[in-house]
Design a protein around this ligand. Structure first.
Ligand code: GAL
Length: 738
């Protein structure tokens, strides 16, 4: 083997859920450890809310150990070996064959250690990681209370990379010259030479289009490199570059090759998007075109599992954000998983990323780690076309000129191509000073913002405690909840001084502080904690253009308690509403008139059990129909997995949704019965049984086991109704390290 080999190092770990200092030693007896796959949560929480959940907040705060045995082929001797972790919550101490390889602090940024000096080739090695998930007041975001949970474990991927003695360190690709007509790509590449002698090295950049055809190439001059060096050079002009945008997220591939004596000794591939953007006082412009930022805040967490889910679920979240009609996402309040960000590049979502922090700023040591985390975030993520700004102020912290002047300067030094932003709390709005390039404030809607460019980084808080945002809210409550979001969207679309907004939040999430007194679940989501939709999600869905698909949603469960005002969300020109087949009117949109697709509100619709139908018209023609039926008595349960097949790698996972419906398949929107879940087959059940339905729905998760293929059957039952059943195939895993 020559060149670089990046190996998936997620499988075949051994886990001890307690602290044993001896576990760092090579010869330690780990036969009693539990086999696990990465990403891995140090504790699977036994409840997703309430008093039961409360105790788990303390229970994931402990020290655990992870060990993995591995062998590297004897003929790899002389190569460099690096282990890379995408995220460990919160402090990781890494030992290889008993020797200390390094420590990392911070739950949200990755790190890697060169472990060449500690490994042997051709014989057994063991890597041991002490994972300290206890409270750390000296590491952001901790120190004060935090409105989300940090969780614990090796929560993101691990890789093992083998290279030649001379290898590529970091690659930073920019487009210093770019227009619709032509552009150049600039590569800034750092290289390392670990050999004793200097080497004559050069670097080559080759740009390929999506089909793999070469677009252009450039080679740097050669340099004699002792330990480290850097090369910065441009490609020739690319004529008519296909630009990256939210509608056409076109990605080129940049191959960066390291050349020694005419031979390629290392190669790194990076996806790049060619785009330019600008934040002005009156708009965000992407490739010269104004784009109102219709965004949402996303936390990276799931019920029971915390943050430890495979890449495919991270990517699915990005797909959900896009599919819900948002064009932007704010990574609240920390650097999110690489898989999430890569998916944002692929599907065209604008990303506001920010360093870890929530309201609290600590002293010297804390500040140093905050800056380290900023540096790690920017170096990790500066090639993502989706990211347009760095958040370098702790979310909703008070002003701190010294700290925030230095974090803004740090960001500029690491990435001169992007602006910075800082998010203010509303209590600080009137007194805060402007340090960053973009002024962001939460829960304020000024006509003339104090500073520009201005963005409403969180909006719509009115219903955090009155139940309107619950998954089982009544129609009237859900309409109020939607109104609080729609009013804010209406505000920023009507303003040429607010560039857009980010709704709080995409998903319901578990929090530590519980200040809403809602059982440690913050019910602010477009979707609940299981990622099941609430009516407000459909208001946003309707904002997409009908050319992407016609949307039509009746915001009523059509029960005797439903109000006589019926709202319909859709991207049609006109909507007709029918009660049991009789028209009650055909109207044009009449609510939230600034937004791209205002809502349709029908007044005085008298309830009559049966069917409510909406017919949507586009350009005078019927384009879509939606229906709501009055729910009858509970009849059956259905069970549907998001993914019908999983890979037996020990970490692949799917959520499975349970729905209680009547004879006709209409969900019972207020059902809160307890249902029992039975899982049979080679997979782990993650969830609660029995579990109470919330708005007629609930969910659980299924995780594969390492190299255990087969069929898993899930059966869900409750008294007096027909049980539901589904099957999930677990497919052989043929990957892993040799
Ligand atoms: C904001 C904060 C968010 C979240 C939200 C709901 O003030 O920035 O992180 O906590 O309130 O409580």
């Amino acid at each position: 083997m020559t060149g670089r080999k990046v190996m998936n190092f997620n499988t075949e770990w051994l886990y001890l859920p307690s602290d044993d200092p001896g576990a760092r030693l090579a010869g330690f007896d780990d036969s009693g450890f539990e086999p696990v796959g990465i990403p891995h949560a140090n504790t699977v929480l036994g409840a997703h809310k309430g008093d039961d959940f409360q105790k788990y907040i303390e229970q994931y705060r402990f020290v655990s150990w992870y060990r993995r045995h591995f062998t590297l082929p004897g003929d790899w001797a002389g190569k460099r070996v690096t282990v890379g972790f995408e995220g460990v919550a919160t402090v990781a101490d890494v030992y290889v064959n008993g020797q200390f390889a390094g420590r990392h602090k911070g739950a949200y940024t990755g790190f890697s250690f060169d472990i060449t000096d500690y490994v042997s080739f051709g014989s057994a090695n063991v890597i041991a990681v002490r994972v300290d998930s206890t409270r750390h007041a000296d590491i952001p975001p901790e120190g004060g209370e935090v409105d989300y949970c940090l969780f614990g474990g090796i929560v993101r991927n691990v890789t093992l990379t083998v290279t030649e003695p001379a290898y590529i360190g970091d690659v930073f690709l920019t487009a210093p010259v770019l227009s619709a007509e032509s552009g150049r790509v600039r590569a800034a590449v750092s290289v390392r030479n670990t050999a004793d002698a200097k080497k004559s090295l050069s670097v080559e950049t080759v740009i390929y289009d999506k089909k793999g055809a070469e677009v252009t190439r450039a080679v740097s001059g050669a340099a004699l490199v002792a330990e480290g060096g850097s090369f910065t050079f441009d490609t020739p002009e690319i004529a008519g570059p296909r630009l990256w945008s939210v509608d056409d997220p076109y990605l080129y591939t940049a191959a960066v090759n390291l050349i020694e004596n005419g031979a390629t000794v290392d190669a790194v591939e990076t996806k790049i998007g060619l785009r330019w953007f600008e934040f002005t006082d009156t708009g965000f412009y992407l490739n010269g075109k104004m784009l109102k930022l219709r965004g949402v805040n996303r936390h990276e967490q799931w019920p029971w599992q915390g943050r430890a889910v495979p890449d495919k679920l991270q990517a699915r979240d990005a797909d959900m954000v896009k599919d819900t009609g948002f064009n932007a996402v704010r990574c609240s309040h920390y650097p999110q998983s690489p898989a999430f960000l890569s998916r944002c590049d692929e599907i065209g979502l604008i990303v506001f990323e920010e360093a870890p922090g929530w309201q609290y700023v600590g002293d010297g040591g804390w500040r140093e780690i905050y800056k380290d985390n900023i540096e790690e975030m920017i170096i990790r993520d500066r090639n993502h076309p989706s990211i347009v700004t760095w958040g370098v102020r702790v979310n909703e912290s008070w002003d701190d000129r010294e700290l925030y002047t230095s974090t803004a300067a740090l960001a500029k030094a690491l990435d001169p191509t992007r602006p910075t932003h800082g998010v203010r709390r509303n209590e600080n709005y009137d007194s805060t000073e402007m340090i960053e390039d973009i002024f962001c404030a939460n829960y304020v809607y000024p006509e003339e913002p104090r500073f520009s460019p201005f963005i409403s980084s969180e909006h719509s808080w009115e219903h955090w405690t009155d139940g309107c945002n619950l998954p089982w809210a009544t129609d009237a409550q859900a309409m109020e909840n939607t109104k609080s979001f729609a009013d804010a969207v209406n505000y920023y679309y009507g303003s040429d001084r607010c560039l857009g907004g980010f709704a709080w939040s995409m998903f319901d999430y578990n929090n530590e502080v519980n200040y809403t007194r809602t059982g440690h679940v913050f019910y602010s989501g477009m979707y609940d904690i299981f990622r099941l939709d609430k009516p407000v999600a459909h208001f946003y869905r309707a904002q997409k253009e009908w050319t992407e698909g016609v949307e039509l949603y009746i915001a009523s469960c059509w029960t005797p308690d439903s109000p006589s005002e019926v709202e319909v969300y859709g991207n049609c020109d006109e909507v007709e509403l029918l009660v049991n087949g009789r028209s009650v009117g055909k109207i044009k949109p009449n609510l939230y008139m600034n937004v791209p697709h205002p809502a349709f509100r029908f007044e005085n619709v008298s309830f009559e059990a049966g069917t409510l139908t909406a017919v949507g018209y586009v350009n005078g023609r019927e384009a879509a129909r939606a229906e709501r039926r009055t729910p009858g008595p509970a009849a059956r349960l259905s069970v549907v997995p998001d993914y019908g097949a999983l890979t037996a790698d020990g970490a692949d996972m799917t959520s499975v949704t349970v729905v209680l419906s009547d004879e006709n398949g209409t969900r019972l929107p207020y059902a809160d019965e307890r249902v029992s879940i039975a899982v049979d087959g080679p997979a782990d059940f993650i969830g609660e049984t029995p579990i109470a339905l919330e708005g007629g729905r609930a969910a659980f998760m299924i995780r594969s086991r390492f190299r255990r293929a087969g069929t898993v059957t899930c059966t869900v039952s409750a008294e007096g109704v027909e049980p539901g059943k589904c099957e999930i195939e677990i497919i052989e895993y043929d990957g892993g390290m040799e």
